[in-house]
Ligand binder design. Sequence first.
Ligand code: PLP
Length: 458
Amino acid sequence: MPDTQSTAALADPLLDADLHHLWHGALQHQGLAQQPPMRMEAADGCYVWDETGRRYLDAMAGLWCVNIGYGRKAVADAVYAQMQQMCFYPLTQSHAPGAALAKRVADLLPEPLNRVFFSNSGSEAVEMALKIARQAAKRMHPGQNRYKIIARHRSYHGSTFAGISAGGQHLRKQSFEPLVPGFLHVAPPDTLRCGFCGKEAACTLACADEFERMIRMEGPETVAAIIVEPAIGGGGVFPSPAGYLESLRRICDRYGVLLIFDEVITGFGRTGKLFGFQHSTAVPDLAVLAKGLTSGYLPLGATVASEAVFAAFLSDREDKQQAKFVSLSTFGGHPASCAAALANLDILLGEKLTENSAAVGAVLAEKLRAIRDPRIGQIRAVGLLAGIELVQAGTIEPLAEAEVVAIQKRVRQANVIIGRNADTVAGFGNVLTISPPLTLRVEQAGEIVDAIAGALLA
Ligand code: PLP
């Protein structure tokens, strides 16, 4: 039996309900009564308030997602209006907010990304991308058995079976094995401990060449796609080095392999460009969107395909039933979620929050880099996405996880919520993460940095 009894729980019926009935993801319930999760009850702008009225600066935007900040009435109004007009209809047929949002998203992305398939979350949107890629690859290369997907260690692509199979974080996989066959992994660009060109004068992008090596070793006629986050987020914030994504694009073109960019975190302004891949000239065949698409006001995911990928599913011949993309979702592209996304995009674009992300992100990075502490091994930052890799002083050995957790807790005691790359790769849970609402102001960036600097000093 979990030890759910505590004096506090008895005095607080919601805490009691939580401890007895709610199953939290990624939390050990044994002992939870002694250290219950924070219960947030209100939110506005970059701040959240717990049930005691204590205010925190939410430098994780919930879970990397509340890009426009909390408390936007315009989004709530749009959802309310849609719920009154028509609460639900599936996208096996059509509805106005779904069609309008598909066009809006396609217009925001460069050519040839043009076809939008809606789902309910980032994980599902990844799942759709992987299914689309496998089916498209088979249809684009008749007679070949293209099913393998190449991804990277340390990356995260969601919590479903295919998502954790694509992901490169063994701590999220090992309890659920065996996983989906056909997923292969290469090393990510880790400039702190690069095993490829770390000793050269400059980056040679040898880690990108690993994809080509893998394709050749496996046989190109077996490989369907490559999937990467333009900047690894939850795995510890690893932005792509200059030229890396272009290199992947060239490799994919050379071998007829589809390129998937998982933009679930990096999309919608997070990195200081509207989409993370726009730091490069590379355009993927499939883009995966969620989080900032609605800023978390309602759940929604989207998988956007190029016209060439979409065309592979068209047929007026006898194979037309098998040619189409057979994948159903009751709630995917829910009208209220699409209405929320449209209102969210009005705010994100109208208030130039991508530009704010670039400008305030640069200040945040500069202030973080000014902290003097020998345990800071590397600060990796792009827009309002930052990771602080903590190491044992004078080495590149990760700082012990207990110490990193203690630092993160002290930041919270200073009323600032930051994240950590927990449950990813054993021994490497040593990166503090920052991903605040894109409305963050310079003085709030200062609040975050002061809390972190104070926590490191203590
Ligand atoms: N892909 C990436 C890059 C993510 O960071 C996440 C979630 O953090 C997902 C996919 C899965 O999204 P969701 O949690 O909405 O299923």
